[in-house]
Design a protein around this ligand. Structure first.
Ligand SMILES: [Fe+2]
Length: 212
């Protein structure tokens, strides 16, 4: 039987068909905006440039292609103190929403690193193993500097996807965020994501971290 005909018959006898939908296993991506971020971002840019001067090669074998990836313990560096405080405050908000019992588990900032993606640099799809939450903060962005995208973690849900007349949170296979200076995204570390190539002439600069 084609479902189309059933859809036009909402009544079975005198009973109105009305299913109750319950939603489970949602995936949240949070964002936080710093008001008047210019001063903070300027200081962070200087500190990141200092790091690059010290270590122009950076860490290899990461998701960055053609870009620069700093060493990953920047949170121990005094120059990133304000940034770290902001990241921790935001992580605690997410933890509170998730009802994590912080009297029984201690969250730690595990690592923190900077990425500079110059023209055409991008990040391959990856996730962040051995951590709970991950975050990224945009220090310098411009139009077309490379959007970050997140993939539907329910891999099998896309194996047969009917056409839709409008995409919704139930049918998106990928969600894209345009980076904005002063914005921090926080997401589950297992959520696969990547960064599109920087097509602008300006460096795309961000700071990332893991919490576990
Ligand atoms: Fe990442």
């Amino acid at each position: 039987m084609r479902l189309q005909s059933a859809i036009t018959q909402p009544k079975i006898g005198t009973i109105v068909v009305a299913g109750v939908r319950e939603d489970w296993f949602p995936t949240s991506i949070w964002y936080f905006d710093v008001e008047d971020c210019q001063d903070l971002n300027q200081r962070l840019l200087v500190a990141i440039e200092e790091e690059r001067k010290k270590d122009s090669k950076g860490m290899g074998d990461r998701s960055t292609v053609l870009g620069w990836h700093s060493q990953d313990m920047l949170h121990q560096n005094e120059a990133f103190k304000d940034f770290v405080s902001y990241a921790i405050a935001n992580v605690l908000e997410v933890a509170q929403f998730n009802r994590w019992d912080l009297s029984k588990v201690q969250l730690n900032l595990l690592n923190c690193w900077a990425n500079i993606n110059g023209k055409f640099a991008y990040n391959v799809v990856h996730n962040h193993p051995q951590s709970l939450l991950s975050g990224v903060y945009y220090v310098q962005t411009s139009e077309n500097c490379g959007n970050i995208f997140f993939k539907d973690p329910r891999d099998v849900a896309v194996m047969m996807a009917p056409p839709v007349d409008e995409y919704t949170v139930w049918t998106f296979q990928k969600i894209v965020y345009q980076p904005k200076a002063g914005r921090m995204l926080i997401f589950p570390s297992w959520l696969s994501h990547g960064v599109e190539p920087n097509l602008s002439d300006e460096d795309r600069v961000c700071l990332s971290f893991n919490v576990g």
